[in-house]
Design a protein around this ligand. Structure first.
Ligand SMILES: NC(=O)c1ccc[n+]([C@@H]2O[C@H](COP(=O)([O-])OP(=O)(O)OC[C@H]3O[C@@H](n4cnc5c(N)ncnc54)[C@H](OP(=O)(O)O)[C@@H]3O)[C@@H](O)[C@H]2O)c1
Length: 340
């Protein structure tokens, strides 16, 4: 039996002994999607994996109870969605059992990535480009529809009526069921929302113990501290008020460039606090870091990006973790934040 056939046989076995029944689920925005896994898998890094490794990643996610997957037309210069789409097929995943989300609107310098050969670098929310982005992603993912399509990063030259037209066509054609944005300010969301009939259900933003500006800017309001600088324009409260789900990207990275904080000697106090709680709840430090995000009442969905099957399962194992308010604040402080 070839290696791929072995992986397929294992896949069948896994699907028959489906675990992950303890995964927390949640509604996304006000959409019809009421049972998305609270931990989602982002496949930005899957382009580096072999076909067999990609199948193992998909299987690990499914076994952990993950039913929601995030990609984008630019990930791996387009290869991520292709590798992932093939892995879904090889793993014989039933399309109706999962939710697929992709993002578009970034044009990389090289062209040919987003389906229409445009060359950047720039952001581009023109109607033709958004439709081309969805079309290429459907092809790569080998599917007829996306459950969610997000505008990846704000195009400051966006003409909201044009985006509204693109959304209407994508919805009417059945290619996209729900819409959202990523890295948008609250005012940008309002600007677009008043132009389109399609509800913006999610805003994907970097968030986690290593990147908690959404919290610190509100906690330290008016304090003259570095961490009181308003960087997200209170995106979290805005999302709560408007029933928009925040999706936390890069949950284990410290800032944009410092790398993973889990197990890093640069973040000793944070790791000690994570370890003590991991011991208490019988999970890993990654699991506690996800539980910290999940503990916020806004109902934030965490998008993990691990391509390690064991870690994927450990990170998703948060059902038994009920952080007390004190534990939540202890973690926040251990990450280098302050209280007023
Ligand atoms: N909207 C946006 O602008 C935007 C931007 C970036 C990302 N995203 C989305 O968010 C998803 C997640 O982003 P991300 O991959 O940066 O998230 P992440 O989960 O914070 O980081 C994943 C990386 O951290 C490593 N890692 C995690 N825990 C570790 C540990 N304990 N020790 C050592 N390494 C560890 C993983 O390695 P292993 O694979 O070995 O576990 C992997 O390389 C992406 O796939 C994408 O879907 C969105």
């Amino acid at each position: 039996m070839s290696a791929t056939n072995l992986v397929r046989a294992y896949t069948k076995l896994c699907h028959n002994t489906w675990k992950g029944e303890n995964m927390k689920t949640q509604q996304l925005g006000t959409s019809e999607v009421k049972d998305a896994s609270a931990v989602a898998l982002g496949v930005m890094r899957i382009s580096e994996k072999s076909a067999d490794e990609a199948i193992q990643v998909v299987n690990a996610a499914l076994e952990a109870g993950i039913n929601f997957f995030d990609t984008a037309d630019i990930y791996g210069a387009g290869k991520s969605s292709t590798v992932f789409g093939q892995a879904l097929k090889d793993a014989q995943v039933n399309r109706e059992d999962i939710y697929l989300q992709s993002k578009g609107g970034i044009i990389l310098p090289d062209g040919q990535i987003n389906g229409d050969g445009l060359k950047g670098p720039r952001f581009d929310f023109s109607k033709d480009h958004l439709i081309a982005s969805v079309d290429i992603e459907l092809e790569r993912l080998q599917t007829e529809y996306l459950d969610f399509f997000l505008l990846h990063r704000p195009d400051v030259l966006m003409e909201v009526d044009e985006i509204a037209e693109a959304f209407s066509e994508l919805k009417a054609s059945g290619k996209v069921r729900n819409f959202g944005v990523s890295n948008f300010t609250p005012l940008q969301i309002q600007l677009l929302q008043q132009a389109t009939d399609q509800r913006l259900e999610v805003n994907q933003l970097q968030f986690g113990l290593g990147h908690a500006d959404m919290i610190s800017e509100t906690l330290l309001l008016n304090m003259g501290e570095e961490r009181s600088i308003e960087r997200t324009f209170d995106s979290l409260t805005f999302a709560q008020l408007n029933k928009i789900t925040i999706q936390a990207w890069s949950p284990f990275q410290y800032g944009m460039f410092e790398g993973v904080f889990v197990d890093s000697p640069k973040f000793g106090k944070l790791n000690d606090t994570l370890q003590a709680l991991a011991d208490k709840y019988g999970v890993t430090k990654n699991g506690i870091a996800v539980a910290w995000i999940n503990r916020h009442p806004a109902g934030i969905q965490t998008i993990i990006g691990s391509m390690n099957p064991t870690r994927i399962k450990e990170m998703s194992d948060i059902d038994s973790v009920n952080l007390t308010k004190q534990e939540w604040y202890d973690l926040y402080l251990a990450a280098g934040n302050i209280l007023p």
